[in-house]
Design a protein around this ligand. Structure first.
Ligand code: ZN
Length: 490
């Protein structure tokens, strides 16, 4: 017993020492890892206090993720679809429910392409393996194959230059574009930029050399059997041929078969089609400025998505961050001097009609001072890419410290977003939320883009970043001289 007690005491002492040591370590850790707000008293820095409240309230509420679960329950929201219409209605109701002001829809006609019920491809008459089904999906805007499908030999190329050099071999073939995204690029967006012309221009290039269909490796560095869709284009003067993407696993398989055998034939069947344009809408609501309501900070994201997965990261996340930003202002009783306007754009994915319509609409007496977009997924925010002249850039960059506590204080030149690009062309300064980009293309435009891939905390941090930047710019404004340079005389 004594021995046991003594042993127990020893253990207790050891435990206490460990406890003291770990407590000291913990305090030390806290001291050096807790976000350090500027040291001046809070009362002297109202924006610091408000930014802190916005961030902690957003993290504490869980509302952004709740909105995302509601939106993603509707499903994918391709322009012109029933789900896109439901999403418009959901967003309008949500803005009203949250007490936004001037909630309304601005109608816009959008392209209406539908994926057919049949998307099939098989490697056929492979000498060694027989028929092998491969995962494909039609590219947005593609025409269908004939009812019986297209069966033709395949040639694999890595670039348009290679295809042109081999044009004698291309007539009557299915052209397989298999240049992967370059994994050595630090930015996946740069890797995407280096490969995506195969998807957007591949069918034109293939048809120009007599190809009968285009098969394109999915735009992702992840190896799986999930094809990723996206927009493709045709040229009026060049025959339209069916175009589909193939999963990365399928692309590797097909490439290996081609390397092993002289002649590999694929059968492809697609039943997609383009219907007449459909009516849809941008969804708009705002918090009217208390002193200069005619000066407007636009905070936007796109409500449409591709018809795969749930459009959770692209761009459901952006939409709910926009809603959450304005909800936070309401919740905290913050009404900035200038108007903050939430705009959920329609048709970013295959036409940009919503972004263009918003920019073209005459808004008499109004000065857009900044447009912010979130369209890079609901990942941990890093900061904002800002497209503006250097004076305006400096003015925006001065607020970076407010975002330091959440490590989102990097402000760099160049950024924005597709939906707000039409505003940028009119001279409005742009800011795009920048996030940790490494997982984005694992999910982008595919069945992988579902809400379970979105981390609640990361989503909320992005919402907080947007809320803080839009609040402080709407409260403090941007230099009028700089602004007049931007918006010209209009
Ligand atoms: Zn997007």
């Amino acid at each position: 017993m004594i021995g046991q007690t003594s042993s127990c005491n020893n253990t207790r002492t050891a435990n206490m020492n460990t406890f003291r040591r770990s407590t000291t370590c913990f305090l030390f850790f806290l001291l050096f890892t807790l976000p350090l707000y500027p040291q001046a008293p809070d009362s002297a820095q109202p924006n610091v206090v408000k930014a802190k409240k916005i961030i902690t309230t957003g993290l504490g509420s869980g509302r952004a993720y709740e909105f995302l679960s509601e939106l993603t329950k509707i499903g994918p929201r391709l322009s012109g679809s029933q789900q896109a219409a439901l999403a418009v209605e959901w967003a309008r109701r949500k803005m009203e429910e949250l007490g936004f002001e001037n909630v309304h829809l601005e109608p816009v006609m959008v392209p209406h392409w539908v994926r057919g019920p049949v998307e099939e491809a098989s490697v056929v008459n492979s000498r060694t393996s027989g028929d092998i089904p491969i995962e494909v999906c039609a590219l947005g805007g593609s025409i269908a194959t004939p009812d019986e499908g297209i069966t033709a030999p395949v040639i694999e190329v890595k670039s348009f230059e290679e295809l042109r050099a081999r044009k004698g071999e291309a007539i009557g073939k299915i052209i397989f574009f298999n240049r992967p995204m370059d994994r050595s690029k630090i930015s996946p967006f740069e890797a995407y930029g280096g490969a995506v012309n195969q998807r957007s221009e591949g069918p034109i290039e293939a048809a120009q050399v007599g190809g009968v269909a285009a098969l394109i490796r999915s735009m992702t560095t992840r190896m799986d059997d999930v094809p990723h869709t996206g927009s493709t284009h045709y040229a009026d003067s060049i025959p339209k041929i069916p175009a589909a993407t193939i999963s990365t696993v399928g692309a590797e398989l097909l490439s290996a078969l081609i390397a092993r055998e002289n002649r590999v034939t694929v059968r492809l069947k697609l039943t997609c089609r383009t219907l007449p344009d459909a009516e849809s809408a941008n969804v708009i609501g705002e918090l009217t400025g208390s002193e200069k309501p005619q000066e407007v900070v636009v905070v936007g994201a796109h409500l449409d998505s591709w018809d795969k997965g749930q459009g959770a990261h692209d761009d459901g996340a952006g939409c709910v961050q926009v809603l959450e930003a304005l909800r936070l202002f309401k919740d905290l009783g913050l009404r900035p001097k200038r108007t903050v306007r939430a705009v959920l754009f329609m048709n970013e994915e295959n036409g940009l009609r919503g972004g263009k319509a918003y920019a073209e609409k005459e808004r008499r007496g109004e000065k857009p001072i900044l447009a912010i977009e979130s369209d890079a997924g609901g990942f941990s925010p890093r900061g904002f890419g800002v497209e503006a002249d250097s004076n305006t850039f400096e003015e925006i960059a001065q607020w970076a410290d407010l975002l330091k506590p959440i490590d989102a204080d990097r402000i760099w030149k160049g950024g924005g977003g597709a939906d707000i690009s039409a505003l940028g062309k009119k001279g409005v300064p742009l800011a795009g939320l920048s996030v940790d980009p490494q997982r984005y293309f694992d999910y982008h435009h595919s069945d992988n883009d579902t809400i379970d891939k979105v981390n609640e905390r990361e989503l909320e941090l992005g919402a907080a970043a947007i809320a803080v930047l839009s609040y402080v710019v709407a409260e403090e404004g941007l230099d009028v001289d700089g602004l007049s340079k931007h918006i010209g005389t209009k």
